[in-house]
Write a protein that binds this ligand. Sequence first.
Ligand SMILES: [Zn+2]
Length: 267
Amino acid sequence: MNRTIGYFFRQQDLAGDEHIVLFHNGSVLLREDKIFWPVSMLQHLNLRSHHSLLVGRFQNRNCMAFALLDDHVASLNAVKKTPRQLLLERGLDDFGLIGQSNQLLNWLQSHRFCGHCGNKTVPHDSERTLVCPACRLHFYPRINPCVIVLVCREDKLLLARHNKASSPYFSCLAGFMEAGETPEETVAREVREEVGIEVENIRYIKSQSWPFPSQLMLGFFADYKSGEIEVDGKEIAEAHWYERDSLPLSPAAGISVAGQLIELFLQ
Ligand SMILES: [Zn+2]
């Protein structure tokens, strides 16, 4: 049960009691409504090392993630759902595992070659790392930090609708950190760029892994300092100050750090 298996393994190394999560083109394959597949149902697939890895321990068993090819999927009676769909339907149950698997498979498949010299990478012997045999560069799973901020002005909060035609939600402002920035500097810059106001008293509240495909969301509160709302028109379609009893449609606290920040403010 507790025998050792590497991060990168061959199909024949599996003991048979592993939890297996299957992906195809970024979607999760479900067995009816179950996320785990038994090894016995996959023995005919002949999976390749660049498409599978050990994610970690879950419910006392090793959990493996496999990215399947088109031919594999045809032989399984599976239902496909994106990680985002699963998050909306099931909340955060199992989402840590699904998200981590999705993130790691993405990394595995997008680092098959060295970005420096172009040679094929190989798995490290003992770490979850891909190595270039020619120049010895190591490629670790990449995490992209982002800030997300709820701006408060006395008893009002600033919520914005992002410029994706499909999104009806009003949410916090967010953006990727740039090289050389502290998270607090990113908060001030993003708010200035997206809605044209200055903030102060920027304070960290909480974080969330957001594996679409590899963000780490760092959640902040900030207080209004000066300026009038003027949206950039590119990322943000509209933004307004809202009283606590007249909030627009906004994200749920059970799903995202944005929803949790709004809930914390209301409390
Ligand atoms: Zn190289």
